[in-house]
Design a protein around this ligand. Structure first.
Ligand code: GLU
Length: 467
């Protein structure tokens, strides 16, 4: 199929909607991985011809999402609005070549043609009134009416391709209307812009959502009429929500950047999205480099994948665990600040090292880190009453006296706790819990010796001083 002699060129061509949708991100990822796998070129093309939706913020949201995921284009971003002259020139060349024609039918007339076809049980379509044919006399051109330009679509045979995902697909050409390629004001229409750009950008492989399957025969027929090479197409099934419906806001966050905000790592997102509709044996966890090495369109799934938030959390937890402690600390620091904490209070690298094995998101990590970086809230009275019995207080006082002489590291503190337990004939929780209540203000923390070490000698002794 794809030989090393054909330089692969793929593109991601989002229309700005205000955010980068998970489905779009996955399409972008597949196109990117495909290009990287074959040593090709990945292009970003923003389809911004819908002026109402394509605000600068909506375009920026796409770029932010791509940037966060690390899907850097080799070429682009290109913007369709900057190609208007080119589209008009191609329309003009098609009119000159006779592969497109002016159509003066009014909207009402076209609607009536469609109704008529429907009433005969046929597919609603334009009836070809203005389509030039050898020997055919066209109606007189109405005064004061600007024409649209229609593509002279082939009427015989079929348009077929072997889809990289779905296998052979064929449309009868009689099903394809003479598509409007330019409006009365000369602006080109959606499918036409896609065709011209795919041609100009020498795209060899188009991977996109299967909501575009019906556009493909139209695009192929126009490419053929232009004498342009036809790329290979692969249409990826939609992502479904946990209830089997198309994934939408109802199911929770669908914008990639919401996952950034909620504390997911881009590497986890890449890994998770890749598995959503593509597989490499039973591998669930793989690096970006492995994805590129393994990515092949044969293993793109024909059936729709289901979004599974629990699995995403599991994948994210794995990447958090694997992360370098220092890098993780840097990623968590702004989240601590946002909680009113001070990331510079204590050794944040040690904090994340302690907490990262149990965190599913950076948000959870930041919550946990507030124990060390946040303002101290002493335990509530009932907690104190429950845990600080006279026995516990005696043991804590003893602990505090000896701790003042102990080297401040986890091992030494663990040894000291054991000594105090033995002296006072207590079991671990009988000391560890009161200790937590006093120094952390809560009965539950990670390993108490580690907590003490990170809180630091001065803080711990100060909090133990008043019991
Ligand atoms: N702009 C289209 C979209 O956002 C994609 C076009 C294509 O991939 O051909 O759905």
């Amino acid at each position: 199929m794809t030989s090393a002699s054909t330089p692969v060129r793929t593109r991601f061509a989002p229309s700005p909607t205000g955010f980068l949708h998970l489905g779009g991100a996955r399409t972008a990822l597949f196109s990117w991985a495909f290009a990287r796998h074959f040593g090709g070129t990945f292009i970003l093309r923003v389809e911004d011809t819908d002026l109402e939706r394509s605000t600068p913020e909506a375009v920026q949201a796409i770029l932010d999402g791509m940037n966060w995921l690390g899907l850097t284009p080799d070429e682009g971003p290109f913007y369709q609005m900057q190609h208007m002259e080119r589209y008009r020139a191609v329309v003009a060349s098609m009119l000159a070549a006779g592969t497109a024609y002016h159509c003066y039918s009014s909207n009402e007339e076209v609607e009536a043609m469609r109704d008529l076809a429907r009433s005969k049980g046929a597919k609603p379509r334009y009836d070809g009134t203005w389509r030039p044919e050898p020997g055919k006399v066209l109606p007189p051109v109405p005064a004061d009416r600007k024409p649209v330009v229609r593509f002279k679509s082939p009427q015989d045979g079929a348009t077929a391709w072997v889809d990289l995902v779905k296998g052979p697909i064929s449309f009868e050409n009689t099903e394809l209307d003479d598509l409007v390629i330019a409006r009365p004001d000369g602006t080109p229409t959606y499918n036409f812009c896609v065709v011209v750009d795919d041609w100009d950008m020498r795209i060899t492989h188009v991977l996109r959502g299967d909501d575009h399957v019906n556009n493909t025969p139209r695009q192929i027929t126009i490419l053929r009429a232009l004498g342009a090479p036809v790329p290979e197409y692969g249409h990826v099934p939609m992502i479904l929500g946990p209830d089997g419906e198309k994934l939408s806001k109802r199911h929770g966050a669908v914008s990639v950047m919401e996952y950034d905000r909620d504390g997911y790592l881009p590497e986890a997102m890449i890994n998770y999205l890749a598995r959503l509709g593509w597989s490499h044996g039973n591998d669930e966890l793989f690096s970006r480099a492995q994805l590129v090495e393994w990515f092949d369109p044969q293993h793109l799934s024909k059936s729709a994948a289901q979004w599974d938030p629990k699995k995403l959390n599991w994948v994210n937890a794995h990447y958090i665990k694997q992360s370098d402690d220092h890098a993780l600390a840097q990623a968590v620091a702004p989240r601590i600040t946002a909680r009113g904490g001070n990331p510079a209070q204590g050794d944040l690298t040690a904090v994340v090292k302690l907490l990262k094995d149990r965190a599913e998101t950076l948000e959870q990590l930041a919550d946990g880190a507030m124990l060390f970086c946040g303002p101290f809230t002493p335990a509530a009275d009932d907690l104190i009453a429950q845990h600080l019995t006279e026995t516990a207080r005696n043991a804590l006082r003893d602990f505090a006296i000896q701790a003042a002489q102990t080297p401040w590291n986890r091992e030494a503190l663990a040894a000291l706790i054991k000594t105090v337990l033995a002296t006072h004939t207590l079991k671990m929780p009988q000391l560890a819990i009161p200790l937590r209540v006093v120094v952390a203000g809560t009965a539950q923390t990670p390993a108490v010796d580690a907590v003490l070490e990170i809180l630091g000698k001065e803080t711990v002794l100060a909090r133990l001083a008043n019991i």
